[in-house]
Ligand binder design. Structure first.
Ligand code: 48H
Length: 262
């Protein structure tokens, strides 16, 4: 096979990247919802919000999205979800099967499920700022009103080497989808504005229902979803099963839409 690619110079490629990044970035410096964390709960929340026409930006510290959703547990890439969360796998077009020994326990391939969720979130119109780490929150009149961020590479270096100030992005609401770290919530706790209970021990049977139930506005302007809910409210963990992460992301979007309407 021979292919004749269209003619282009090196500088034109650089300009295309700079122009398009700057245009989109400028547009999302002010947005309706910022989601910090692009794991299963954050992606799900982003997909739901964007599909309902909400302007949403997902901030992710890694270059890849998906968080813990690529793998089940212990480096084994089979995911599980419990009924009724297989309905979300249906929505996403992820193939799965019921585990032959347990009714209502479904198994899917991690890479297939994760890539479908990422694609659905992007297709819905959520914008992604990856390689970007949360540095702080913007707080106006005791309400979270945005985030302060820096390039992950800068955040990872000691301050004496990379003395680079972060920048701020404003939003009507922020969703903490940073998983076990609950990084956004912790910024408020560091200032004594709230108290988290810390994640509880494993109890799958109770945990998933509780995570979805507690997905809510934890502080004015700040909604928690996914494992950040467990860390904030002191709920038991569920181990490598993801139904509650997907359902919690969906609920976080519903809570956000309700708040945006007020
Ligand atoms: C930017 C950040 C920052 C930051 C973190 O860990 P995740 O997969 O989170 P969830 O809550 O969507 O899903 C949790 C699930 O993967 C899991 O761990 C389960 C079910 N555990 C149960 C158990 O008992 O252990 O994704 C969080 C994402 C990741 O992509 C991080 O890189 C990102 O957030 N992130 N991004 N700035 N400060 N902190």
């Amino acid at each position: 096979m021979t292919v004749e690619f269209s003619p282009v110079s090196e500088s034109q490629i650089t300009k295309a990247i700079v122009d398009e990044f700057a245009k989109e970035f400028e547009k999302y410096v002010e947005t309706e919802v910022i989601i910090v964390g692009g794991g299963p709960s954050g992606l799900m929340a982003g997909k739901e919000l964007a599909s309902k026409g909400v302007k949403v930006l997902i901030i992710e510290r890694n270059n890849y999205l998906g968080g813990g959703f690529w793998l089940g547990g212990f480096l084994m890439n089979k995911l599980t979800v419990r009924s009724p969360a297989e309905s979300i796998l249906d929505e996403l077009g992820v193939p799965y099967k019921e585990y032959s020994k347990v009714k209502g326990l479904y198994v899917a391939d991690g890479p297939h499920a994760c890539s479908k969720l990422i694609a659905a979130t992007c297709d819905a119109g959520a914008k992604i700022l990856n390689m970007t780490t949360l540095d702080d929150v913007v707080l106006h009149n005791e309400k979270v009103s945005g985030v302060v961020v820096n390039w992950t590479a800068v955040s990872a270096l000691p301050r004496e080497i990379a003395c680079v100030d972060p920048i701020s992005l404003e939003s009507k609401l922020v969703i903490d989808a940073t998983g076990h770290d609950a990084s956004v919530v912790k910024k408020l706790e560091e200032r004594g504005l709230l108290k988290t209970k810390g994640q509880g021990a494993m109890w799958v049977e109770r945990s998933e229902n509780l995570v979805v139930e507690h997905t809510s506005e934890f502080y004015p302007g700040l909604i928690v979803t996914g494992m950040a809910v467990s860390a904030a409210y002191g709920l038991p963990r569920m181990g490598p099963t993801f139904g509650a992460m997907l359902m919690s992301g969906k609920k976080a979007a519903e809570v956000a839409i309700e708040k945006l309407r007020l």
